[in-house]
Ligand binder design. Structure first.
Ligand code: FE
Ligand code: FE
Ligand code: ZN
Length: 278
């Protein structure tokens, strides 16, 4: 069965997100670990977590994806900004162990003029400080559109980070369809070719989740503006190919499209209808 969900607000806790997910036809969901501005997180409520875990088991929710605040920058030239990213991610990973065995996605960051090589080095250095051998969470690097000085704009940059991480068994990649298309990977005309490239450079076994977003901008625009499924430059057929691709179909898919819950429900239903049974 297709694993699909959307981004949900985490302000009312895990059980609330689980119920909201089920109400829109989802069997997974993504949420911010804290306010996207990166402020202090509410402490986890163990009762909420245990109620959620029982609910999730009953409703076939077997994986969830936490997203770090997108304002964190582990490769800034400002050491205080880097330290804040490190402390926040370390605290997020501690909190993730209340729901073991799930996924934690973050934006590699922006090198702010230091060059991508230095950015890559700083990101790996941060990961080497916060990853723990005993953790059950898999940390994902998100593929980026390449706006400004973003690191992670190419599969090669992601591979270079992964190569430098000591506990790389705890690492994976989340592929964002809007971002890779904006970055210049043509998943509209050559999805197979892009995935072969990914496999060669990063390795398909690293791919753990997909963000499914259409794009408001044309191919290789390096912009990163998400659009509703089928209403942007990628088009519905691309998403039908993505969710049915043999190398992707068993991964969890997350909508980050400009929608409220009812819009997400419609997109989930539309994509579920287009799953081709083997
Ligand atoms: Fe993201
Ligand atoms: Fe994304
Ligand atoms: Zn984006």
């Amino acid at each position: 069965m297709l694993k699909i969900g959307s981004h949900l607000s985490s302000s009312k806790g895990y059980l609330h997100m689980g119920k909201e997910a089920v109400s829109i036809g989802a069997n997974t969901f993504q949420f911010f670990t804290r306010n996207p501005r990166g402020s202090k997180a509410k402490e986890i409520n163990p009762e909420d977590v245990s109620a959620f875990r029982a609910f999730a088991a009953e409703h076939g929710i077997d994986v969830i994806l936490a997203h770090a605040p997108y304002t964190l920058n582990a490769c800034s030239k400002d050491p205080h900004t880097r330290e804040f990213a490190l402390m926040t991610m370390e605290d997020d990973l501690r909190r993730m162990e209340y729901t073991p065995g799930n996924l934690y996605n973050f934006h590699p960051g922006s090198h702010t003029g230091q060059g991508s090589e230095e950015g890559i080095r700083l990101i790996a250095e941060t990961l080497n400080k916060i990853l723990k051998p005993e953790q059950t969470t898999t940390v994902l690097l998100e593929t980026m559109a390449g706006k400004g000085t973003e690191v992670g704009r190419s599969f090669e940059e992601l591979a270079a980070i992964l190569e430098r991480v000591e506990l790389s068994d705890h690492m994976g990649v989340c592929l964002d369809t809007c971002h890779v298309y904006d970055a210049g990977y043509d998943i509209v005309r050559d999805l197979d070719g892009v995935l072969e490239h990914f496999d060669r450079v990063v390795g398909m076994k690293r791919l753990k989740a997909i963000h499914i977003n259409d794009s408001k901008n044309p191919f290789a625009s390096h912009k990163d503006r998400h659009e509703k499924i089928g209403e942007g430059s990628l088009g519905l057929e691309t998403f039908v190919n993505v969710i049915n691709h043999p190398a992707l179909r068993d991964l969890p898919f997350y909508l980050e499209t400009p929608n409220e819950l009812d819009g997400y429900a419609r997109e989930i239903a539309m994509l579920r209808e287009r799953v081709k049974e083997l």
